[in-house]
Design a binder for this molecule. Sequence first.
Ligand code: CA
Ligand code: CA
Length: 356
Amino acid sequence: MLVSFHNSILLSLCVLLLGVNFGAADCGCGAANREKAAEKYLERANSEPSTEESHDDIEETIIHITPRSVRPQEEDLEATMSLIPGGDYTIGTNKAVFEADLESPEKKIHVDNFYLDKYEVSNEKFREFVDATGYKTEAEKFGDSFVFEGFLDDATKEENKDFRVVGAEWWYKIKGANWEHPEGEGSDLTGRENHPVIHVSWRDAVAYCKWRKMRLPTEAEWEVACRGGKKQRLFPWGDKLMPQDKHWLNIWQGEFPQGNSKEDGFMGTCPVDQFHQNSYDLFNIVGNVWEWTADLWNPEDVEKKPENRNRVKKGGSYLCHKSYCYRYRCAARSQNTEDSSAGNLGFRCARDASRE
Ligand SMILES: [Ca+2]
Ligand SMILES: [Ca+2]
């Protein structure tokens, strides 16, 4: 069902020999960065014609909403968002699980009152945005995105085996994968209208929130919201993963990357209103899909080109398991380049409470 890339052999060698190494920090729970794969592609593109758009072309059209944009009606905030109380809070942890992720030390921060979506942005909500604006996501412009092997049939995996991420071979770069076609050409959103939109880059997320007259939450806001008013707890509801012997989030059960026993009911994404997790009425704030935040991973990266800048993502995903990616804790954090997209990465929006 999938067509291999036109220069597959050369590119495969390039990727394998030069090593697209996404590092232990990603552990399979995060998403592969487009940056490095794209760099390898662009190296080839210097000597071979490519039909892909250049990053500069994408940069010109992304985020800027087209003139025919139709703004959404003013929302009933009480129905879709939670008012998170501002104040002085502590985020991070002094008991880091992943030192390299800079979870430690704890930090004192202040946030003002703000609203945060109760739910991850769903496919049907993202469709409203696309229908109103004609927006094209970066994955659509690049022509591919990263898909977890568990969603691909054997023929597709064989055809695309040279487009796996070195060091995280369960990620396949699949032609035609994008938000409307999460597993590539031939897949669609039937039955997943209320699941989180995936294969959206940081800039896609910014554009969507901007259309709703909103913004992405900062990492501090996201973490304050995740903690639900509790101090120094691992999860939004407390320290125990499964109080009352119930599943409180959508992660991985069993051996990774094969053998998901789906005890929480879901192999992949679940509906955005599936797991109610804290006193702020937030759903799937941990688990289900990673969520982009507004923050740069390294504030000094502001001088870098957008395709090389990394943004903080929070919350872990349906691929996370304690044995290798214990990142579905409020303090946990990871990163991807702004133009990255994958099948386990989405977002939710925030807005100031003080604005008119
Ligand atoms: Ca699951
Ligand atoms: Ca989430």
